[in-house]
Design a protein around this ligand. Structure first.
Ligand SMILES: C[S@@+](CC[C@H](N)C(=O)[O-])C[C@H]1O[C@@H](n2cnc3c(N)ncnc32)[C@H](O)[C@@H]1O
Length: 269
């Protein structure tokens, strides 16, 4: 794990920072799951037994799946010990028809190679090498197994406040990211990469999701962690201005735009 985002996710966060992430991931799943339920009414999902949720965070998405799941063994894996502790505490299930368990570690540490479905939600953007991941995923899936990929489409997001300063910050953040680790906007390459790794694409949908309600407060708190990534060093003045403008803006909004997600279902040939 080489980049700043991964370092951020992989080091142990203190309790208050961790609770920000826990709240944010929950709030995001609450608004996005509604738009993803269709996948879990398909025959291939109904017939699947072994499911792996890679980068499962707090396990809240896997938990949402439990109401669509019988005779399944779902394993969630994540680098973050604290998030997995949270997942185990609230979402582990062991019943006759459903086992939901969580493991700490890099996806490569998962040994099960007979998965019917791999879920990779909001994960690829954090990986230094997407090809390595797809190679691993192709080996970990059964023939005809499915991989669900959900990724934000960055340049179609209307997620952030309408301040010049904020967009300037994002522009610098993105430039610094590209300089540090190459262009990570993999949207255009994703289909090509998937084909190269023995997948066919069954669905490729865009969904525009409103960013409202509970996401507002947790997103604001999470954005305040961004300077910790240290990708863009901010001066003291900039930091004060940035926080003040954001705080005022967020406290006066009911809604702050939309996030565009791409959902791909790829099948292993
Ligand atoms: C934005 S969160 C998405 C969480 C969850 N999938 C969801 O949709 O709410 C990305 C997660 O991927 C995890 N992650 C990043 N790189 C990973 C890796 N190499 N192996 C396992 N987990 C990883 C991070 O720790 C983080 O919890």
């Amino acid at each position: 794990m080489t980049d700043n985002t991964d370092e951020f996710f992989s080091r142990k966060l203190d309790d208050s920072r961790q609770s920000v992430l826990i709240d944010l991931l929950k709030a995001q799943v609450d608004i996005t799951f509604f738009h993803e339920r269709w996948m879990y009414t398909t025959d291939w999902w109904r017939n699947a037994t072994n499911v792996l949720d890679v980068g499962c965070g707090t396990g809240y998405y896997a938990h949402k799946l439990s109401s669509f799941s019988t005779h399944k063994h779902i394993v969630g894996v994540d680098l973050q010990e604290g998030l997995i502790a949270e997942a185990r505490k609230h979402h582990a299930i062991e019943s006759e028809s459903l086992k939901l368990e969580f493991k700490v570690g890099d996806y490569e540490s998962v040994e099960r190679n007979s998965n019917d479905v791999i879920i990779a939600r909001l994960l690829l953007q954090h990986l230094a090498d997407v090809s390595l991941f797809l190679n691993w995923a192709a080996n970990s899936l059964q023939k005809n197994g499915k991989m669900i990929i959900v990724e934000p489409i960055d340049n179609e997001a209307y997620f952030f406040p309408p301040f010049d300063f904020y967009w300037e910050f994002l522009r610098r953040f993105r430039e610094a990211e590209i300089e540090a680790k190459g262009d990570r906007d993999i949207q255009d390459q994703l289909e090509v990469l998937l084909r190269r790794h023995s997948f066919t694409i069954e669905e490729n949908r865009k969904t525009v999701v409103p960013s409202i309600g509970p996401v507002k407060e947790s997103m604001f708190k999470a954005i305040s962690l961004v300077p910790e990534l240290k990708v863009v060093p901010l001066s003291e003045d900039e930091e004060i201005r940035y926080h003040q403008e954001l705080t005022d803006w967020y406290h006066n909004q009911d809604s702050y735009g939309h996030l565009t997600l791409r959902t791909i279902i790829a099948s292993k040939i």
